[in-house]
Design a protein around this ligand. Structure first.
Ligand code: AMP
Length: 397
């Protein structure tokens, strides 16, 4: 069984072909600058040389999908000899609105919902749909599965997902918290329960997905009960370039002072804020850490704020679940940045968290980093969204 996983962004397409017999990656790659000048594809087959940044015309995502399939079938850099070897395609889809709490085999209804959610995911949902339709055109016999970023969070109770706005906005426009990174939160929370030997039906887990985009989720008895991202991925934590939570009046204030539109200000909050905006150095934690170590005060402030916001969310989720058994760190920062993990845990003594400093130094591998007598177990659980999408796709076909 071979499953192609596609993750279509507004101008990019990431792919992996996974052999589900042993869950090994046969090939992976990325198409960039789709629809722009200078579009290029990088293809990395397992066990042989691929190519990097090869310039190819990609006027749209359909052309990109065609180039991916050509690369997979290529005599020299390919890994399959017939397109029929691809048993199914799993698509990462950003927004499933309130309609889907699980992944689903694509049919006309699913495509209608993805289209209905264009307003909620304006950069991603159109690209996701084009990716699906391109695959349907190129491989009409092959099942397509949509795996939604929002689905895992659909179990949140109303008190967690509602905003305190006039109720009619919820009814008319479905304005509410949806949450994102759901595939990662589902995968990591399930793996945490297994890895730590917790009882799924009596477990309280907080997952800290800390990458360039960052979010927390509170997972009780295997089900999401709260998460930090909202209607869009802008809410919640301080992120690489996103502000996370702030007083909504700030938007009006900046718009008036700088004579900018609401759209302009939202663009600033999404792309020029977060640790990049505060530090003026970078959104990358390796650069921030180097700057802070060499005495850059704004880089230090950015790191402090990043950690402090996470700590506040952990406290609120421990309160919401009336306790916590385990905290899991994942994604680029969560898996690799031992200083950030240690800084977060240094606030959590009141929960009984104790870190094993030696274990915490290890990077990027599944590991318990709490001391044996810690009341709350703390673990690093690498996320693998592509594998999670492939597994969900396999389960459905
Ligand atoms: P992701 O969005 O999950 O790919 O995470 C990307 C982020 O992880 C980068 O922007 C870096 O800030 C961070 N990161 C990756 N590797 C390291 C590392 N070795 N140390 C600290 N941060 C890292």
């Amino acid at each position: 069984m071979k499953i192609l996983v596609l993750n279509c962004g507004s101008s990019s397409l990431k792919y992996q072909l996974i052999d589900m017999e042993n869950e090994s990656v046969l090939a992976k790659g990325i198409c960039e600058k789709i629809g722009m000048d200078g579009s290029m594809i990088s293809h990395n087959p397992s066990g042989k040389e691929g190519f990097k940044n090869r310039q190819e015309a990609m006027p749209d995502h359909k052309a990109a999908v065609k180039l991916v399939i050509d690369a997979l079938l290529d005599k020299e850099v390919g890994v399959i000899s017939d397109m029929k070897e691809i048993d199914a395609v799993g698509h990462r889809v950003l927004h499933g609105g309130k309609y889907y709490s699980e992944s689903i085999v694509v049919n006309e209804d699913v495509k209608r919902v993805i289209r209905e959610c264009f307003d909620l995911g304006p950069l991603h949902n159109p690209a996701n749909l084009i990716g699906i339709e391109a695959c349907e055109a190129l491989m009409p016999e092959t099942p397509q599965v949509a795996v939604f970023d929002t689905a895992f969070h659909q179990t949140m109770p109303q008190k967690a997902f509602m905003y305190a706005l006039p109720y009619e906005y919820y009814e008319k426009y479905a304005i509410r918290k949806y949450g994102f990174h759901g595939t990662s939160h589902r995968f990591v929370s399930a793996r945490t329960i297994d890895f730590l030997g917790l009882d799924k039906n009596n477990s309280k887990v907080i997952v800290c997905h800390l990458g360039n985009g960052a979010s927390l989720s509170a997972v009780q008895n295997g089900k999401c009960v709260d998460t930090s991202m909202g209607l869009t991925p802008l809410e919640g934590l301080v992120m690489g370039t996103r502000s996370g939570d702030l007083d909504p009046a700030v938007v009006q204030y900046i718009a008036n002072k700088e004579n900018r539109s609401v759209d302009d200000v939202l663009n600033i909050l999404n792309k020029k804020s977060g640790v990049l905006g505060i530090s003026g150095v970078s959104s990358d934690f390796r650069d921030l850490d180097a700057a802070a170590t060499s005495g850059n005060e704004r880089a230090k402030a950015a790191l402090d704020m990043f950690v402090y916001r996470i700590v506040k969310y952990i406290g609120s989720y421990a309160a919401a679940m009336n306790g916590v058994d385990a905290i899991a760190f994942t994604a680029g920062i969560g898996e690799n940045d031992s200083k950030v993990r240690a800084a977060i845990c240094s606030y959590l003594g009141y929960l009984g968290v104790k870190i094993d400093e030696e274990q915490n130094k290890l990077r990027g591998k599944e590991n318990v980093i709490s001391a044996p007598d810690s009341k709350v177990k703390v673990a690093v659980i690498p996320t693998n969204e592509e594998l999670a999408i492939a597994r969900e796709t396999l389960a459905l076909i």
